[in-house]
Design a protein around this ligand. Structure first.
Ligand SMILES: CC(C)(COP(=O)(O)OP(=O)(O)OC[C@H]1O[C@@H](n2cnc3c(N)ncnc32)[C@H](O)[C@@H]1OP(=O)(O)O)[C@@H](O)C(=O)NCCC(=O)NCCS
Length: 184
């Protein structure tokens, strides 16, 4: 089991597992319809937050097996401002995926980009991944810019491949190889 040395610190942020003390802060942004517009879940209530807290959000070790994932809360000045996830899709082998969701209160400050950098280090250095991807709805321009700032390449644009929240939507796939990450 690989458990990172928490908290993981960046210049302005701190990453660490979520706890039940985060319930209200999570609710504050995960209940907003616009925040959830392009993510694969509906706006959450406290019951859903509690359900996840007792399940997938209780994981503190890195996803060593395909299908596993870890979610980390992101704090700025002692306040939970967002959360990030590192996932191991069932396939292909050697690929991890990142995801992120932040409070609109902190939009436009580079926090999402900054919080994802240590996720790349966990994927490549700690888990020995070959490739990290980011997947998003093609209309989610701020999310695409996060991945571009991280140095990820646009690899695929799948046109109306996903029946998503009542309509066909297109998917962008960004990727970064370990050697590309190390050469930066
Ligand atoms: C996707 C999401 C995290 C992007 O948030 P964001 O605030 O645009 O991204 P960042 O925190 O990296 O901030 C980047 C912005 O801050 C600006 N910025 C200011 N200071 C900065 C700094 N020190 N470093 C980097 N960027 C900085 C950048 O110029 C950029 O602005 P721009 O995109 O207008 O050019 C946010 O929109 C969100 O949570 N959306 C809902 C959930 C979601 O869709 N998640 C993704 C699913 S695929």
């Amino acid at each position: 089991m690989i458990v990172p040395d928490y908290p993981i610190r960046t210049e302005r942020l701190l990453l660490r597992p979520l706890t039940s003390d985060d319930r209200e802060a999570l609710l504050a942004y995960r209940s907003i319809p616009e925040v959830c517009r392009y993510v694969p879940f509906e706006p959450m209530d406290l019951a859903e937050i509690d359900r996840r807290m007792g399940g997938m959000w209780a994981v503190t070790s890195l996803p060593e097996q395909p299908g596993a994932n870890i979610t980390l809360g992101v704090e700025h000045d002692g306040v939970l401002v967002g959360d990030v996830v590192l996932m191991r899709p069932a396939e292909p082998e050697g690929t991890a995926e990142i995801g992120y969701i932040f409070s609109p209160d902190v939009a436009g400050r580079g926090f999402a980009t900054e919080a994802c950098r240590p996720l790349l280090a966990l994927a490549f250095d700690d888990l020995g991944m070959h490739r990290v991807i980011g997947r998003l709805d093609a209309r989610n321009a701020p999310s695409a810019r996060v991945l571009e700032r991280l140095g990820m390449r646009l690899e695929g644009h799948f046109v109306e491949d996903d029946w998503f929240k009542g309509e066909w939507s297109s998917t962008l796939v960004y990727a970064l190889l370990e050697r590309e990450w190390r050469s930066r």
